[in-house]
Design a protein around this ligand. Structure first.
Ligand SMILES: NC(=O)c1ccc[n+]([C@@H]2O[C@H](COP(=O)([O-])OP(=O)(O)OC[C@H]3O[C@@H](n4cnc5c(N)ncnc54)[C@H](OP(=O)(O)O)[C@@H]3O)[C@@H](O)[C@H]2O)c1
Length: 349
């Protein structure tokens, strides 16, 4: 059977619109367009985050009259449940939409099966159009929803020989200004930044998301520190720039569940090496963001310590999603080789 590409252009536009919504927060990024019977776009919408109308409802609201034979093209299967807003499947049925085309299936237990509701009401439904692209765009939300705890990104910066600090413990600044700007931008798109007490005691980081001019991004993630040791109240991460949570535990699964209960969908783990190693050993990392600076530090202060790999057959394999150059540094983004979060264009390598 030949693939149905009639809606690719509209879905491409809907995927662009989805990116206008916030990347952080508990809800997915979703875009929608409405087409007339000749497949011309007559309305557009996107979701602005929890508590605001969903993308398809925003698009429908642009139209005084929904013409006969209209199609709604949405990046995510229309939801089926009443949360802070009403069910989108019902809104599409009530508006008289004839056909619904969507990309990703809804992973949320309460919200899934919107397609079935639409079909039962006599609406033509085509699912899976550009699903690989949409699944990749919403990989954080889809993965966090499926695994029942936040999506975990582990970030580190090392020398080319994999050292996270020099022998005397100094590590600021291994990476260059372009890498630091990139990492602050990525911080501004997550819900929480997590470190161990060791990093706070050694570096006293602020753990805020800052623009290159030093000003704060509008969204500041929750700052989280884990470990039993008491920290000085004067530590910079306790300042008033953002909220901070100190969790006196070493149980990472408990940490993730507590973060989920705080509404965290995406946690950005910044180390240090002990905490990073434990996340890797427990197979809790969904995505690796690795900055490598063209310098050699030698010594024993590697990015990871014991991750439970004693021999080659136990190696934890990664799939490289992208490699780019930032100033003189390399940025490697990778996922566990079996992870559904891996870039669809790359395959496992
Ligand atoms: N280059 C980089 O990207 C980078 C990033 C961060 C840090 N660093 C460097 O790393 C060094 C600090 O390293 P570190 O390994 O001591 O820091 P760390 O991983 O931030 O802190 C280790 C502490 O975290 C606590 N912890 C909580 N849960 C844990 C778990 N499940 N497993 C292990 N520890 C847990 C423990 O504290 P308690 O003993 O209090 O229970 C442990 O002693 C500094 O030199 C810093 O500059 C480099």
């Amino acid at each position: 059977m030949t693939a149905d590409h009639r809606f690719d252009a509209a879905m491409t536009r809907a995927l662009e619109l989805a990116l206008r919504g916030p990347a952080h927060g508990v809800n997915p990024q979703v875009g929608a367009v409405i087409l007339d019977r000749n497949l011309n776009i007559i309305a557009e919408g996107w979701h602005e985050g929890s508590g605001t109308p969903h993308a398809e409802v925003v698009a429908l609201a642009q139209l005084a009259i929904i013409p006969d034979g209209a199609t709604a093209v949405v990046t995510l299967e229309p939801c089926n449940h009443t949360g802070k807003t009403g069910p989108c499947a019902q809104a599409l049925i009530s508006a008289g939409i004839s056909r619904v085309v969507y990309a990703s299936s809804d992973a949320g237990q309460a919200s899934a099966n919107g397609a079935e509701t639409l079909r039962t009401a006599g609406v033509e439904v085509i699912g899976g159009v550009m699903a690989a692209e949409a699944d990749h765009q919403n990989r954080v939300w889809l993965t966090a929803t499926k695994q029942g705890h936040p999506f975990v990104t582990l970030k580190w910066a090392t020398s080319l020989d994999g050292r996270a600090a020099a022998t005397d413990g100094t590590s600021q600044w291994i990476s260059g200004p372009e890498s630091r700007a990139d990492s602050h931008l990525r911080r501004s798109q997550v819900d929480a930044i997590l470190v161990g007490t060791g990093t706070v005691l050694a570096d006293d980081p602020t753990l805020t998301a800052r623009k290159p001019d030093g000003s704060l991004y509008p969204h500041q993630p929750l700052r989280v520190v884990i470990g039993d040791r008491d920290l000085p109240a004067t530590a910079k991460m306790f300042n008033s720039d953002a909220e901070t949570l100190a969790l006196k535990t070493r149980d990472l699964n408990q940490v993730l569940l507590q973060l989920r209960d705080h509404g965290v969908k995406h946690v950005w783990v910044e180390g240090g090496p002990q905490v990073a190693s434990q996340f890797v050993a427990a197979n809790l990392v969904n995505e690796f963001v690795i900055y490598q600076a063209p310098m050699l530090l030698g010594g024993t202060r590697t990015a990871l310590g014991d991750i439970g790999v004693a021999s080659m057959p136990q190696a934890k394999h990664l799939s490289v999603a992208s490699v780019s150059q930032l100033g003189s540094d390399l940025l490697i983004i990778a996922n566990p080789a079996t992870s559904p979060a891996a870039n669809p264009e790359e395959g496992n390598n």
